[in-house]
Design a protein around this ligand. Structure first.
Ligand SMILES: CC(C)(COP(=O)(O)OP(=O)(O)OC[C@H]1O[C@@H](n2cnc3c(N)ncnc32)[C@H](O)[C@@H]1OP(=O)(O)O)[C@@H](O)C(=O)NCCC(=O)NCCS
Length: 172
């Protein structure tokens, strides 16, 4: 994948069709906290009410079209030095290095947008080997295995905790 084809930008209302294309796929939402969406109305509402007002939720674009997202949400109050990161891309684009490249692009922008954030965290289910591999390729440190930590789709799951500090190097 030519890196110049990948870009990041805030979501726009006109992304609804492209968003629906991947957000309606259970393979993609399996490890996300939200359920697949099923209609263009739901896609539009989600973009307007969740994606656009979010503190930092960018569309991953391929040749300008929205194919996924990266979101970063700092904790509040005295914990605002810590921010949680999530991401996904449509399944027809998996395995092409897109999310790895997009995260490498996003991280310096996130640290610039939130000067008080020193730690990015990602929680990944044990079975989600592709996501673990992405974080490792970017330079995140696998810190530990959190037993029965996350709730997703009706089940309490084991998760790995990954982090990247502002002072860490993003892998080349
Ligand atoms: C996980 C996800 C974000 C990866 O995005 P991607 O653009 O396909 O990732 P990349 O191509 O940059 O890298 C994927 C790496 O994982 C590897 N991989 C993928 N699935 C794998 C599997 N089941 N077992 C072992 N390795 C796997 C790929 O081979 C690649 O590693 P490599 O470059 O060393 O060959 C994508 O699959 C996705 O959107 N999944 C659904 C949403 C999700 O799980 N989000 C993360 C929640 S924590």
């Amino acid at each position: 994948m030519e890196p110049s084809r990948i870009s990041l930008r805030p979501f726009k209302p006109s992304d609804a069709d492209d968003f629906l294309a991947w957000a309606s796929d259970d393979k993609v939402t399996r490890y996300l906290r939200w359920k697949s969406i099923t209609s263009i109305e739901e896609a539009s509402t989600y973009i307007q009410q969740v994606a656009i007002p979010h503190p930092w939720r960018h569309s991953i674009c391929l040749d300008g079209r929205s194919i996924g997202y990266i979101s970063v949400r700092p904790e509040s109050g005295e914990d605002r030095h810590r921010a949680h990161m999530g991401y996904a891309v449509g399944s027809e684009h998996w395995g092409l290095g897109i999310v790895t490249a997009a995260l490498k692009m996003a991280i310096p922008r996130v640290f610039e947008a939130f000067p008080f954030v020193v730690r990015l965290e990602a929680l990944v289910e044990e079975e989600n080997v592709g996501s673990q591999r992405v974080l490792e390729k970017v330079g995140f440190v696998k810190e530990g295995f959190l037993r029965k930590y996350g709730f997703n789709k009706g089940e309490i799951r084991d998760m790995f905790m990954y982090s990247l500090l502002r002072s860490d190097q993003i892998a080349l």
